[in-house]
Design a protein around this ligand. Structure first.
Ligand code: ADP
Ligand code: MG
Length: 728
């Protein structure tokens, strides 16, 4: 047998695990390839450094002469490290990162070789890039896309290329990427949150969103994966019988990290640290072959860039170690899929985490203000928040039992629930001295205890408060964090603006004190936010029923969920905050719907091909062996042969049954695809794929998986689950 599967198994058996591996010392290498604040300070004169610091802090415009100075400093820094090219690095709506390298080399007017990189190359580029998804924006107007420097995320050297983080917009200024709306949302959130934070500390000048993501992924042996067109083309297995051993024993979770994986992780961490990605945590996850890594949290825009960059680095390092990294949300049926928890909080320029309970009642009032308003924002926009994380691949994870259900609810834990219960009891109006004391001692005074006990994490909750931050757990492993974080920033900004309006309204009464006004407003919100608070088992049937009764909207399909971006409520939100125009929103919905359709189309085609080109021929080959066997038995035994051939004949029949089911399934799926492809409307097409095409994936798979159990192992062409998950 010399199929790819057996070649790979043989080579694994010969043991290609490293006997030794390189040890890296992390601390000394951190951010060496980043042109960060320190590098800026070193290479600019004081005036220029102060000016760029101001631009970064205030988000103001940069002058041409300052851009020239920074470009010169950046170039000489990059050239001193052996860099030959530079690129504007951006995040188009494909979900991947994009780069078009330009050499520093140029020709002067008299054809002499020179180096060229000044402010204009730093600030703007015109990479055309007309083939990226734009959701129709560029069909109607100008085809070209432009990139523009984001000075808030430092340039870095990747390979031999200086990468300059940029936004990507059309000629008309419409956003064509994930970063543009993210930056807009961060600035709106900053304004709204700073206004509120000033109630508590007048010195607050700026509020940053912070993000710490936890990236889950699978590693499979690259040579074994080569036998699987589904893994190569779709990133997930479209068939494959469950392995007898899966995650039942929970023996992989937090287990000792396999040697070959550890070597990979060490190199990944080393490369990431050089790039300034502050990776800190690594461990085995629940499913066999599944792992997780997490960095120290950072300002959200930088953290988003770092996650996008990591998804590229991880692929390259995995390849080097002959691994294939699977970032898909559900690469294998029957075991856990992969998510990317987005830990989100708010931090002031004075260093205060606004979602961290404090030690004094006033600190706690500040904490409660941001805590309660975040929950109110999630309640107000639960379906929009969900729209930011749905996709064809996350649908497979959300639909099953290891991940939060497709109903957005908020988990806050027992202690905070009690705190809210107590607060709600306090009477309206100006608080009496007694109530204030109560508040100090009995109610708000309890909050610091939360810090001691925030371990009661309900893993079934899609959005949970975990001590000093919210954790959005429904985010898929492949998703660009900018998508959910843009929505989260926007809805919280809107809510804080509403809250401020109400508090200021109360303060029009000259007798009203600020903390009373805030407190009363918060107390009024508690009743309201109960709708979205849920502490129970998010997987239970009862919850789905009661969620509906509460007016929450369980998701029915991904295409349906995507449409929440263009609900009147969402349009108003984004237009008011100037995070998305209506046209940008429509374009994003179109891109997401088309991506959904294309994903299912590719999966359908791949499944049909494997079923017909790999599975059916293999099944027939084995069936022929059985037929030969039966014929031989007949020759030997004559009339009485059936006693000896009974089981074989049964097998022959069963194989025929599965083959015919596969074949008719593939035919029916193709015809449904053809019908769906005729539809013009993106929503209708995506929905038709969901309703009419997708169900065939399961039926075709079912029969292929049955055949896997019947057919001779030695001729089965695809690496099996047990091999993919346990061979390392
Ligand atoms: P767990 O698996 O229990 O959620 P981890 O340690 O794996 O915990 O991940 C926690 C993540 O939360 C890390 O990425 C960490 O940096 C991040 N985090 C901690 N504090 C904050 C904060 N204030 N804002 C944003 N992210 C945070
Ligand atoms: Mg977590």
């Amino acid at each position: 047998m010399n199929s790819l599967r057996f070649e790979a198994l043989n080579s694994l058996a010969k043991n290609n695990r490293p006997s030794t591996f390189q040890e890296y010392s992390s601390e000394n290498h951190y951010a060496q390839n980043v042109f960060n604040d320190m590098a800026l300070q070193k290479s600019l004169n004081k005036e220029a450094y102060d000016e760029i610091s101001k631009v970064i802090f205030k988000g103001s415009k940069i002058s041409k002469s300052l851009a020239d100075q920074i470009a010169a400093a950046m170039k000489s820094w990059a050239r001193s490290k052996g860099t030959t090219h530079y690129t504007h690095w951006f995040q188009p709506l494909t979900g991947a990162t994009a780069e078009k390298h330009e050499s520093f080399f140029d020709l002067s007017s008299d054809y002499l070789a020179i180096e060229r990189f000044d402010g204009s190359q730093l600030v703007q580029q015109d990479p055309d890039a007309s083939s990226f998804p734009s959701g129709g924006i560029r069909n109607t107007f100008e085809a070209r896309g432009y990139t523009a420097w984001d000075p808030t995320s430092p340039a870095f050297i990747y390979g031999k290329t200086l990468c300059i983080p940029t936004i990507f917009v059309s000629y008309t200024g419409d956003a064509l990427d994930y970063k543009t709306p993210l930056l807009r949302s961060l600035s709106e959130l900053d304004k709204a949150a700073t206004d509120i934070a000033k109630y508590f500390d007048k010195n607050t000048q700026k509020v940053y969103a912070t993000l710490g993501w936890e990236q889950e992924y699978f590693l499979v042996d690259r040579s074994l994966a080569a036998s699987r067109p589904d893994l190569n083309l779709t990133g997930r297995s479209l068939m494959g019988h469950e392995s007898s051993k899966g995650q039942q024993l929970n023996d992989h979770y937090f287990g000792s990290i396999p040697r070959r994986v550890l070597a990979f992780m060490q190199e990944l961490e080393h490369q990431s640290l050089l790039l300034g990605i502050p990776l800190k945590t690594r461990h085995n996850e629940v499913a066999p072959g599944q792992f997780e890594l997490a960095p120290i949290f950072e300002e959200a825009n930088l953290s988003v860039d770092h996650n996008a960059l990591l998804l590229d680095v991880i692929n390259k390092i995995a390849e080097k170690h002959n691994f294939m990294v699977l970032l898909h949300e559900k690469p294998f049926k029957g075991i856990n899929g992969s998510g990317k928890h987005n830990n989100w909080s708010l931090k002031t320029n004075t260093g205060i985490n606004l979602l961290s309970p404090g030690k004094t009642p006033m600190n706690n009032l500040q904490f409660l203000t941001f805590f309660i308003n975040t929950i109110a924002a999630v309640l107000n926009h639960e379906s929009l928040l969900r729209a930011s994380i749905v996709s064809a691949s996350n649908e497979l994870r959300l639909g099953t039992d290891e991940a939060p259900l497709p109903i957005i609810s908020v988990f806050i834990g027992e202690q905070l629930t009690e705190v809210l219960n107590n607060l709600e009891q306090v009477s309206e109006g100006k608080l009496s001295p007694k109530e204030k004391t109560d508040l100090k001692l009995n109610v708000i005074g309890k909050i610091p205890e939360i810090l001691l006990d925030n371990t009661d994490q309900n893993r079934t909750s899609p959005f949970a408060f975990t001590g000093n931050k919210f954790e959005f757990r429904a985010v898929g492993s492949k998703t660009n964090c900018a998508k959910p974080i843009t929505v989260l920033n926007s809805i919280v900004a809107e809510q804080l603006i509403i809250f401020k309006g109400k508090v200021d309204g109360r303060l029009e009464n000259p007798k009203m004190k600020k903390d009373d006004a805030i407190f009363n407003e918060l107390r009024d919100s508690i009743k309201h936010i109960r709708t979205i608070l849920f502490e129970g088992d998010g997987y239970s049937e009862a919850w789905i029923k009661s969620a509906k009764k509460r007016g929450l909207s369980p998701m029915t399909s991904t295409p349906e969920a995507i449409k929440a971006y263009v609900s009147p409520k969402s349009i108003t939100l984004f237009k008011t905050l100037k995070v998305f125009t209506e046209r940008e929103l429509e374009s994003r919905v179109q891109v997401d719907l088309q991506q959904y359709t294309h994903t299912l189309q590719i999966e359908g085609r791949t499944l049909g091909d494997i079923a017909r080109n790999h599975i059916i021929p293999t099944a027939i080959q084995y069936q022929n062996t059985l037929i030969d066997n039966v014929k031989g038995l007949k020759e030997i035994y004559g009339k009485g042969f059936e006693v000896h051939a009974k089981e074989q004949m049964l097998l022959i029949e069963r194989i025929s049954g599965h083959i015919s089911q596969i074949n008719s399934g593939v035919n029916a799926m193709i015809s449904e695809r053809k019908n769906a492809n005729l539809l013009e409307d993106d929503y209708l097409k995506a929905t038709t794929y969901y309703v009419q095409v997708k169900p065939y994936f399961d039926t075709i798979r079912y029969h292929c998986d049955k055949l896997e159990l019947l057919v001779d192992n030695s001729i089965w062409p695809l690496a099996k689950y047990r091999e993919l998950l346990f061979s390392r």
